[in-house]
Design a protein around this ligand. Sequence first.
Ligand SMILES: Cc1cc2nc3c(=O)[nH]c(=O)nc-3n(C[C@H](O)[C@H](O)[C@H](O)COP(=O)(O)O)c2cc1C
Length: 143
Amino acid sequence: MPPKTKTPSDVDAARSAAILGRPLTLPCGVTLPNRLVKAAMSELLADTRNRATAAHQTLYRAWAKDGPGLMLTGNVQIDRQHMEHAGNVVIQGKQNADQLTALRAWSTAAKRKARKFGCNSHTPAARLKGGSTTRLRRHPRCR
Ligand SMILES: Cc1cc2nc3c(=O)[nH]c(=O)nc-3n(C[C@H](O)[C@H](O)[C@H](O)COP(=O)(O)O)c2cc1C
């Protein structure tokens, strides 16, 4: 059988794959090892007290398997009075030992293969503007 010649779309796909595999330095100074990002998606997996659960760990461990450069959490609310959706995690005020343990376990599961774990913290002000804020450096609880 004659060797298969590469079509233009094969070449484009190879180029795109090469670009996705390159590191990317963000304006905040964090360098991602590649350009694959798991988008923010509300998980609705928190417990009745809006703490992260084992289900977050399972989900993010699976998503991290192929080594995305960055994983963004779904909405993490900082004000319980202004939830985006019931079942999302809330980090409001000083966290007790149980809350911190749950957040660390979530972050650890995500970072097993993914290099950076960004907390998609959602403020009421951001909701009014129709957006949300993701902090890679400034949210110590989620790094
Ligand atoms: C089921 C679902 C849940 C989502 N949850 C969040 C969320 O929690 N926070 C957020 O900022 N964006 C959320 N989004 C928006 C996605 O992150 C966004 O659609 C994704 O980044 C794709 O971007 P694009 O619309 O520019 O293609 C959600 C989208 C979907 C489909």
